[in-house]
Design a protein around this ligand. Structure first.
Ligand code: NDP
Length: 296
């Protein structure tokens, strides 16, 4: 098994440390504390865990954390009014509405109500358009984390063949845009792609964001390729609950040059990049230089 293991946990710790150092300087030199507001509607257990982790990480890097927990029955008008208040609050630099929202709420309408400059998830239609046209935007956290790890591993990405498996709005498409922005030759594969294995074998960089446990196997990986596994799948094996990615780790690692594990790969980078985006939003809001190495 020759692949280098890309340690997302250590990388994320380093990103958080850099964010914390920048936050400390902002507080000391400018008297500014970056603030992140997280809105949770309902009691979805997984969302509650995510929101708790986001709160703890925000506090840990010295930012202000504003949590808004609303009941599952909250109406659209009430939620939109809260977003309007947060948009107008100068202490709030980033706003995140935890998805999925309960079924009676229109997620698109809600997300597009967030001030694009505070949209630290990068899901607002303006940010999607800015990213797509190669302009400065807020970039979705998971693909940003993948990009940071790829840049760190490869240095320059220009000219490399990248294959992104998955075309979701939150991972696959923005990932492809970011790789294109770094001058990779990008292919996006999806459920209708013909001969996926052959397409994947062309990749110097293979990003799997599919949501199917261990679907990408070693025979689909080019020798020496870098494999980024975005998938988080809970399965049961030998009677035990287990977390696995979209990549079959052992077979892929025996062929790849570098690979992210699950857990401990892309996952920890997502929250780290949320903090990085909040810091970036705060710097932009105050006309200050953006943090280096923490944006796309
Ligand atoms: P979606 O379900 O929104 O998208 C999955 C994509 O995979 C679709 O584009 C789909 O194609 C494609 N796909 C499905 N089956 C196949 C197949 N057999 N062959 C090729 N392509 C296929 O998922 P997300 O993008 O939201 O998430 C992907 C994975 O990443 C999940 O495991 C999720 O849990 C994980 N994730 C991890 C995060 C992290 O922090 N690490 C953050 C976000 C997601 P089509 O469009 O044709 O249907």
């Amino acid at each position: 098994m020759g692949a280098k293991v890309i340690d997302g946990k250590a990388f994320a710790a380093d990103v958080r440390a850099r964010v914390a150092a920048h936050v400390a300087r902002l507080k000391e030199e400018q008297g500014i504390t970056p603030g992140l507001a997280v809105v949770l509607v309902g009691e979805d257990p997984a969302s509650q865990v995510y929101v708790r982790n986001k709160h703890a990480s925000t506090i840990e890097v010295g930012m202000a954390s504003f949590e808004h927990r609303l009941s599952a029955e909250t109406g659209e008008a009430e939620l939109l009014a809260l977003i309007d208040r947060l948009n107008g609050d100068p202490a709030v630099h980033g706003i995140l509405v935890q998805l999925p929202l309960p079924g009676h709420l229109n997620s698109e309408l809600v997300i597009n109500r967030i001030d694009p400059a505070k949209d630290v998830d990068g899901f607002h239609i303006s940010n999607v358009g800015l990213l797509g046209t190669g302009q400065k935007s807020m970039v979705p956290c998971t693909p940003l984390g993948c990009l940071m790890m790829l840049r760190d591993h490869h240095g320059k990405l220009a000219g490399l063949n990248a294959v992104v498996v998955g075309r979701s709005n939150i991972v696959g498409k923005p990932m492809a845009q970011l790789l294109l922005g770094d001058s990779c030759t990008v292919t996006i594969a999806h459920s209708r792609t013909k001969d996926l294995a052959e397409v994947c074998r062309r990749a110097d960089i293979l990003v799997a964001a599919v949501g199917r446990p261990e679907m990408i196997t070693g025979d689909m990986v080019k020798s020496g390729a870098t494999v980024i596994d975005v998938g988080i799948n809970r399965i049961e094996r030998d009677g035990k609950a287990k977390l696995v990615g979209d990549v079959h780790y052992d077979s892929a690692a025996s062929v790849a040059g570098a690979i992210t594990p699950v857990p401990g790969g892309v996952g920890p980078m997502t929250i780290a990049c949320l903090l990085a985006n909040t810091l970036t939003a705060c710097c932009r809001a105050n006309g200050l230089p953006e943090p280096e190495g923490l944006t796309a």
